[in-house]
Design a protein around this ligand. Structure first.
Ligand code: NAD
Length: 376
């Protein structure tokens, strides 16, 4: 295992390490013991895509340390992130003899992390959960911060995302960049969209850092990926540490996401979540400019061009794949769950590090932001 970087997450309810090291998944038993976890039985709930790779390595390490391992594979799609899957997982854990002295180890991307995390939070009123994220998005975002959830299916068959869940912090997160070797490049790029978002929120120098390392990042160089992951985990840890339950500051992590959810709902299947976030982040930058709070040198205009330049270097879109009327996109935003008390809340980056949540943005400004990313 390479040298390990550990970032401590300190929230109101828990303190735990996020460890980043190439090869760490092969040393899971050791990592868990170092975090004070020595369960006799473990449910390794894994994404079918990594069942024979990372999950098998985790299983080998835990079994060699004398733990009884029940490996439970699942398909990682939004359609499988449901109460039905949650019930199936819990019933499998019961059949496999997992009790209150056991633990869940979630091995997969955000889908598996969210549903397995929720299973751990609720099975027998809660057992310890360890997250082993296998997508870049899950390493830099989903696995850190303790949001767990499943989707609900509406009467018309559409999905209401993350409607049932809990805040339940993991006991340990282990990020092994070697897991990303098999991740499709489109998913890798999608994770980079969240890194761009983090740069706008708290680390402007990261944009140039990413632009200077696109080749090793896309070639999955473990050392470069480890640096990237650690740098982003620090940002996420700081934000969730300040506001675990999204009563305030944590909402800045939704930068670009209200735009992204509208894109995802209207252009279903044409964009990954990360691609939609990339386009949404550009729209949010333009919104700041339209609202007039940016100064030409250091404010939103500079920010939008730096974001566009970085997205282009990564190979992420900064415009809609197909033009849609701004009006249609605006109404799709209105159904976003961040709409509270009748007002649409938008995260607006006035400058690097100056990101605010506004509840009274005029529709004309939002239409102009949509037009900046190719809406008609
Ligand atoms: N809890 C949070 O704070 C939080 C934050 C952001 C997103 N999320 C949730 O995360 C989910 C998205 O996560 P994601 O982007 O990781 O998607 P994902 O879990 O759907 O994984 C993306 C794809 O990559 C595959 N995959 C995963 N790891 C792989 C690997 N190492 N090699 C090959 N293929 C691999 C999966 O099977 C899937 O097809 C959404 O459900 C979202 O709601 C949660």
């Amino acid at each position: 295992m390479d040298a390990l970087e550990a970032i401590t997450v300190r929230t109101a309810s828990a303190i735990y390490p996020v460890e980043v090291a190439s090869g760490a998944a092969r040393h899971m038993a050791e990592r868990m013991a170092a975090a004070g976890l020595r369960p006799s039985r473990v449910a390794v709930i894994c994404d079918a895509a990594v069942e024979s790779s990372t999950a098998a390595e985790v299983d080998r390490s835990l079994s060699a340390a004398g733990m009884a391992v029940a490996r439970i594979g699942m398909q990682a799609t939004e359609d499988s992130k449901t109460l039905g899957t949650l019930g199936d997982l819990c019933e499998r854990m019961l059949a496999d003899g997992i009790d209150r002295s056991g633990a869940v180890v979630a091995v997969g991307g955000g889908v598996v992390g969210d549903v397995a995390g929720f299973a751990a939070a609720t099975y027998m009123r809660g057992i310890p959960c360890v997250q082993v994220p296998t997508t870049l998005l899950a390493m830099v975002d989903a696995a850190v911060g303790g949001k767990t959830a499943v989707n609900l299916v509406r009467a018309d068959g559409t999905l209401a995302k993350n409607m049932v869940g809990s805040f339940a912090q993991p006991r340990l997160v282990v990020c092994d960049p070697e897991c990303l070797a098999t991740l499709p490049v489109r998913e890798l790029r999608s994770g980079l969209a969240e890194c761009v978002k983090h740069a706008v929120i708290a680390d402007p120098a990261m944009l140039a850092w990413i632009r200077g390392r696109i080749d090793p990042i896309l070639a999955r160089d473990p050392a470069t990926l480890a640096q990237l992951v650690a740098r982003n985990v620090k940002i996420k840890a700081e934000v969730v540490g300040a506001d675990e339950r999204e009563d305030g500051r944590r909402a800045v992590l939704n930068l670009g996401h209200t735009f992204a959810h509208a894109i995802e709902s209207l252009l279903h299947g044409e964009c990954t979540h990360g691609e939609a976030v990339a386009i949404g982040t550009v729209a949010a930058c333009r919104l700041a400019g339209v609202l007039g709070h940016g100064s030409p040198d250091h404010g939103s205009a500079h920010l939008e061009s730096a974001v566009r330049e970085t997205l282009s270097a990564i190979g992420l879109p900064a415009a809609l794949p197909a033009a849609r009327p701004a009006e249609e996109l605006l109404s799709a935003m209105a159904s976003d769950k961040k709409k509270r008390g009748g007002a649409l809340h938008l995260v607006v980056p006035f400058a690097f590090g100056d990101v605010r949540v506004l509840g009274d943005v005029p529709n004309d400004a939002v239409r102009a932001a949509w037009r900046a990313v190719g809406a008609g």
